[in-house]
Design a protein around this ligand. Sequence first.
Ligand code: GDP
Ligand code: MG
Length: 437
Amino acid sequence: NLSERLDRSFKLLKGEGRITEINVAETLKDVRRALLDADVNYIVAKQFTDLVKEKALGQNVLTSVRPGELMVKIVHDELATLMGGHSVDINLKGSPAIILMSGLQGSGKTTFSGKLANMLKSKQGKHPMLVACDVYRPAAIQQLMILGEQLQVPVYSEPDSKNPVEIARHAVAEAKTKGHDVVIIDTAGRLAIDEEMMREIEAIKAAVDPGEVLFVVDSMTGQDAVNTAKEFNTRLDFDGVVLTKLDGDTRGGAALSIRSVVDKPIKFVGTGEKMEAIDVFHPERMADRILGMGDIVSLVERAQEQYDEREARKLEEKIAKNQFDFNDFLAQIHQIKKMGNLKELASMIPGVGKAIKDMDIDDDAFKSIEAIIYSMTPEERSHPSILNGQRRKRIATGSGTSIQEVNRLITQFDQTRKMMKNIQGFKGGKMPKMPRM
Ligand code: GDP
Ligand code: MG
């Protein structure tokens, strides 16, 4: 499935220390393939990977914790953005507010009508009325009646009428007199789009002027869902999408494609046959679901929090002005320790990374470095140049290390300082930029 595929392609990246042109291209190829496999529309998949590529190159990955994971996060965030970024409410203005359901037969219109009525009643204290406008199948009216009874929501129907436009109009009038604040109109669908059905629902829309037209689509229909959505949108200019049957073995592709092809928000998802199985659509969560990677995302976010970019900037400036001292050195060591996973992270920390690159990094290695710095006076820490032989000897004794170890640290520190000062790009107080693709 999609998550597994992405996992695999990101695994390739995770081992890499840097994002380069080649591994970005390779990974995006995999991402695109995975999206296509999940029934995401080809153009959508292409646009998506192009966007991710731009973002990946635009971010200063050198200051990032792990480029591979940053890529995962970029993909996740772009997925969420592509699906609208945030959840969108339905329009409940008007007295009564009128909600019209559209979609193919079997997409879940009737079921969703019940779910929505139930949600508005129990969570928002509304007094909804359901309207049975599927006049072609007696069983359809019956289905809605049963739901209404179960939910204690009145259902308006005219069993002898064959005119859904009239039924809808009468229903709205009835709702007004009976004081219902929401009218939910369930309509008929065909197994495939046909002209008669389209004309009928257009006529219902024109007759009652609903504030909210919802397009209900079975998320398991994959690529077909996109074409259906396009057709309905052209004819009805609907306001939102309801994605049903997300509880099954569903590939999330439909959500992605529909949103970007018709540019209408997905507002709800159906996650089961029960009346409670309705959720407001959250793009973030859907992105999690598509990628199946909630853990990775939070891990990356945690790491990014801990590695405060502003601190890094300040430090870069200090380095540029040759003011980097043992206090900074110590602070950076604490930073590294906090992040865990030392080996991979250490080399990215300005100031210390280069100095300890060749060391066998474990907590013990830090212990003696820390002990040595702790044994320095504040003055020695901020003005390392005063560290003469006598002071070094005192520090060695105080820290329980040897004078050789103290010397080694000071030499490494001096080298680091010189090296950092000389790195081109640091002179302006900025990190070196990534090469362009
Ligand atoms: P309509 O023809 O568009 O009115 O579709 P229905 O509401 O009658 O639903 C068709 C079938 O899909 C029924 O068997 C429903 O129980 C089922 N169904 C609808 N929504 C969901 C859902 O979110 N999850 C699952 N698993 N089944 C659903
Ligand atoms: Mg129905």
